[in-house]
Design a binder for this molecule. Structure first.
Ligand code: NAD
Length: 495
């Protein structure tokens, strides 16, 4: 049966796609076709940008206290429809239902934080910088802003941007991943009920050509991007060349260091969740563990057991702990990298290739995989695999491990497991990455902190979430003001 084509949402209305190009959206666990996503044209991007531009003048004049009422309503609707959105995420993205609920919770937290805009958006001032003169810094919205988001968090990552953007008085265009566009359709069905003025938020589906139209559009003043590093670099260079403000989160290859004094039970549980949770498709997934000294043997035994016993299958099954990877091409790529690791000399401790998953024979499944004694200079040690594949490397000192963290191309996250405060403190001080975990395997910043990233993992200055989001979505205007008070002037020559 031919599936329905997803609409765009422009100027407060759902509109049928004008494009003649579409992609099928598949359930990665079952290969069922869920929907068809249009690859929207330059004209459709222009219509969204014009609608957002038209809405901006009125929206920026709407008091922040009124703007945030829409966020309170959005929070309520997201809570009321929590289970349906989570199911949609699992169906189109493959993660387990509890992972989908976790992602949605993190997204809603951004709506909650952005509802504090009346305080967060305040400027500052100083009276009397010179006799009779005062100076103010006022924050004002940037204008029309857009976000281009990846497949692995279909609801959370758009919510890293949308709430702050509109709370600050901007108008917004979302371009979700063409691999998982249905979650945003469901969320925008709720946004449609908020009573926002038409054009304040817009949804445009598509892929590269749609993104290029966003990057080149003169009305769009700022672009937020999250995705792979190669595309992040492209977006950063193109958007800046077109005079836009840009923030681009890129890929990752996150190492975890395990010291011999770590609590091995807790370490193994945390590492297994980090490496195999969301089938390794998190930008905060670990894919390299560096054990130091005697940690090697105990950790190796326990992580092999955790990998082998992980229950893999359809994410809607409550027993399942790990779902599929996103596409058949991803599965092929991940399995190719496992093969590459072996050919580069690694020992295959657990082989997750081509599993048979009962009832999901057409799904894109790769079981947890462990490669041992991985050469740090090998391709498999340096490439972002984005699948449930963990490489083990054994080192002699924590200094050597930190040096490896710092010389890597990516700098998204690194974690240390230890019971030594001194080792933890040294790591916190020396490790050059954006997000750092100590006895934590997925160091995901809460909504009131920036989601950081160094080197190939981030291009720009201001990160998503927290105070950085307010900086990103506002212009700073500085006002120097003199109001001579004639009544207070000393009288000259009067009797
Ligand atoms: P991707 O780079 O393939 O796609 C991301 C977005 O860019 C999509 O909306 C897509 O339509 C668009 N796009 C793809 N190719 C393009 C091109 N050539 N020109 C213009 N636009 C293009 O990423 P993905 O596969 O959807 O997501 C996985 C990647 O995202 C991983 O590398 C992961 O590490 C990264 N990620 C990073 C973070 C972070 O915070 N740093 C968070 C989540 C995911």
């Amino acid at each position: 049966m031919q599936q329905a084509v997803l609409p765009n949402y422009v100027a407060g209305e759902w509109c049928s796609a004008k494009s003649t190009e579409f992609l099928d959206v598949h359930n990665p666990a079952t290969a069922e076709t869920l929907s068809r996503v249009p690859l929207s044209t330059r004209e459709e991007v222009d219509a969204a940008a014009q609608a957002a531009s038209l809405a901006f003048e009125e929206w920026r004049r709407t008091p922040p206290t009124e703007r945030i009422q829409h966020l309170f309503r959005l929070k309520g609707l997201l809570e009321d429809n929590f289970d349906e959105i989570a199911r949609t995420i699992t169906q189109e993205c493959g993660k387990t239902l509890s992972e989908s609920k976790g992602e949605l919770r993190r997204g809603i937290e951004n709506v909650e934080v952005a509802a504090g805009i009346p305080s967060l958006m305040m400027g500052y001032n100083l009276e009397h910088i010179a006799p009779g003169i005062d100076e103010f810094m006022i924050r004002q919205p940037v204008g029309v802003v857009a976000a281009i988001t990846p497949f692995n968090f279909p609801a959370m990552i758009p919510l890293w941007f949308l709430p702050y953007a509109i709370a600050c008085g901007n108008t917004f265009i979302c371009k979700p991943s063409e691999k998982v566009p249905i979650s945003m359709k469901v969320v925008f069905d709720l946004i449609d009920q908020l009573g926002l003025p038409p054009g304040v938020v817009n949804l445009i589906n598509g892929s590269k050509h749609t993104v290029d139209a966003i990057l080149q559009h003169p009305v769009i003043r700022a672009v937020s991007f999250v995705g792979s590093s190669a595309v992040a670099k492209y977006i950063y260079s193109q958007a800046t060349a077109h005079g836009k403000r840009v923030q681009c989160g890129g890929g990752a290859k996150n190492p975890i260091i395990v010291l011999p004094d770590a609590d091995m039970e807790m370490t193994t549980r945390s590492v297994a969740d980090s490496a195999f949770g969301c089938a390794g498709q998190r930008c905060l997934a670990t894919s390299v563990v560096m054990t130091v000294g005697e940690a090697a043997n105990t950790f190796k035994e326990q992580i092999v057991e955790a990998a082998t016993s992980r229950k893999v299958g359809y994410g809607l099954d409550p027993e399942v702990e790990m779902g599929p990877v996103i596409t058949a091409q991803s599965k092929e790529r991940v399995q190719g990298l496992i093969h590459k690791g072996v050919s580069e000399g690694a020992q295959l401790l657990v082989d997750g290739r081509n599993p048979s998953i009962h009832g999901c024979e057409r799904g894109n499944f790769v079981r947890p995989t462990i490669l041992n004694n991985v050469d740090p200079c090998s391709e498999v040690a340096q490439t972002e695999i984005f699948g449930p594949v963990l490489s083990l490397t054994h080192l002699s000192t924590v200094d050597e491990a930190i040096q490896r963290v710092n010389s890597a191309a990516y700098g998204n996250m690194a974690c240390l497991f230890t019971s030594s405060g001194a080792a933890a403190r040294k790591f916190r001080y020396e490790a050059q990455v954006g997000n750092l975990g100590i006895n934590v395997g997925v160091a995901a910043p809460m909504a009131f902190f920036p989601f950081s990233g160094f080197r190939e993992s981030f291009f720009g200055d201001l990160h998503p979430q927290g105070r950085d989001a307010i900086e990103f979505y506002t212009e700073k205007k500085v006002v120097v003001e003199r109001w001579p008070d004639l009544g207070l002037q000393p009288s000259r020559g009067s009797a």
